[in-house]
Design a protein around this ligand. Sequence first.
Ligand code: NDP
Length: 588
Amino acid sequence: MEKTHVLPKPEAPIGLAARPTRSQEFYDRIKEKFAEERDLRLKYRPEGTAQYLTDLDGTFARYEIDTYASEPAPREAINDTVECLFIGGGFSALLTSARLRERGVESIRIVERGADVGGTWYWNRYPGVACDVVAYDYLPLLDELDYVPRDHYAKGPEIFAHCQAIASKYNLYELAVFQTTVTSTVWDDAAQMWHITTDRGDHMKARFVICANGTLSKPKLSKIKGMETFKGHSFHTSRWDYAYTRPDLSGLEDKVVGIIGTGATAVQAVPGLGAAARELFVFQRTPSSIDIRDDWATDPNWARKLRPGWQAERRARARMQPQMTEAQKARSAAMSREEKIRLQENANIEAMTRIHQRIDQIVKNKETAEALKPWYMLMCKRPCFHNDYLPTFNRPNVHLVDTHGKGITEINEKGPVFEGKQYELDVLIYATGFEVQKTGIYNQIKGERGLDLNDKYSTGIRTLLGIHTQGFPNLFIMGGYQASFQFNLTDMLQAQGDHIAACIDYARRNGYQSIGAAPGAEEWWVQEVIRHRGKTGRNQECTPGYYNFEGESQRRQDGNYNGGFFQYCNHLTDVQARMSQHFVFTKK
Ligand code: NDP
């Protein structure tokens, strides 16, 4: 029998600003509960990331098929040379290309698996898709495109359209090839060029290659016994089958629908599904934290008053290091490291307590409300913001199937089975997420003297700034490990794109054929990553999820750079200012 837990009664009212105000005993008891919940999940899935299926072939290949485009039209194989080639056509490629164009680079090709640019926003078209980062920050190049987002938080279709607008403005459709997957990227030592082959029989050459394949691009499925035997309809959220559901979801009116997973995607999709389906079963392993979504339509008067360059100013302000007052500095100096950590943890627990209280206020069924409460520190998992997710569980046709951390482990021809109970479904939707930050996604990358990037990384990731890796000249990696993490991902991608454009520009201006990370520079960065990752035990303390490699704690350097985005940007600028110290070059 698992122990049952009751949240200690709050001793004081909780405000929005989560300040620790209660006895230490209160916080310690919650921390214990967090640890027990984490251990339970680790016990159920000791295999870590191996619990997921990422190579979707055979019967599972259909979960990756593009549901938004028709079969690719036959075309001649391409056999030409470009200067810059992007693997992937999402924000990474778009933002870097914009900067390259500004620096006069003309020959730019995007090779993209989807039928258009957009990446994440091409693939994720599930009902309710939107972004949780304020649109005026998230949507990039607003100054350049003279565009003001329609709402405080942008919805998927607007973001996708913005990606297309960027590609049009910077003439990126001209050389782009869509519905094409890069299968190998091989460096030619003699010619100092990359050879790129694709699944369409192309053999292109490029001087510079930018791996812009995104951080969460490849859909993954939980390995569930018998899942291939399900006789109903099924798909992954990133390949939404609107032919089945119909665009307004009216195709679900007479259907019993199941959704596996309760991460950020499911949180957005569930309200629409709950409203449309005859019955909806939400299969939960770990609940997400659901905070208020403070959305509004952009005020046209505010928008009219914006002066050119407003977004650049806004971004520059956001990047500024927060300054402590003298009093704060003195307080901080008087505290031990342990005290500081305790204070942060207590504040975090306050925030989670507020999340719990919100659930109690909204969800009418007490048992469902209890099951929807997340028991981990905020930020152990991706925090979610939604106003309709929790109320959806008050609908009579919506049922939460809480698996208490175990997850669905069996599916038969009728649907999932949990604790002996059969859930008979017409359609099963997998909201089980994506493979995380895999540089060579779909692709084999071979550098100098045939060195395979996977082999190089097999003993630990080694990069300079998460962007360059020694032995792979003229190759740039975006959104990969050893780079900083930033909640506003486009800010981070723009910082990397600016840097890559500066490197390429430097090589072009100085007549260099290639630019590659110097061994010492790479070693410096690896040590920098390790130093910052060692600062906190947070990864191990968190409940498993993709943020901490599902609880695999042995990964010393295979993660993000934890020194902060501000510091990361400083390093980028610093490296650009002293190129010759950080890179090796070859002349034409
Ligand atoms: P996630 O990886 O975050 O979620 C996968 C979900 O599947 C988890 O809830 C997981 O449970 C659950 N799961 C896996 N296997 C099983 C099983 N056998 N039984 C039951 N549940 C299972 O994927 P998402 O697509 O939701 O989100 C990925 C990321 O995309 C987000 O973290 C965010 O960065 C981004 N995103 C951002 C959005 C935004 O801006 N609002 C919207 C959507 C996505 P468990 O937690 O226990 O592992």
